[in-house]
Design a protein around this ligand. Structure first.
Ligand code: FES
Length: 74
């Protein structure tokens, strides 16, 4: 499914970015360009990243998840 309509980025692409080593939205944004236009996709992309990290057994603590928040990093 398309997550970022501005850039035509899908959930599969985001999951592959996490599988390739990205652990937060900033890293995925730098790799794919997700959330670099209107930003409406940021929360959905963040959720997909967290879900994929959990699938990979790399889920972050609540404190780490907060510090990885796109809006705090950007
Ligand atoms: S929908 Fe992703 S930047 Fe606009």
């Amino acid at each position: 499914m398309f997550v970022c309509l501005c850039n035509g980025i899908t959930d599969t692409q985001i999951k592959h970015a996490v599988a390739s080593g990205d652990t937060n939205l900033l890293a995925v944004r730098q790799r794919l360009g997700v959330a670099d236009q209107c930003g409406k996709c940021a929360s959905m992309a963040h959720m997909i990243i967290q879900q994929q990290l959990a699938v990979q057994g790399l889920d972050l603590s609540p404190e780490q998840a907060l510090t990885d928040n796109f809006y705090e990093v950007a």
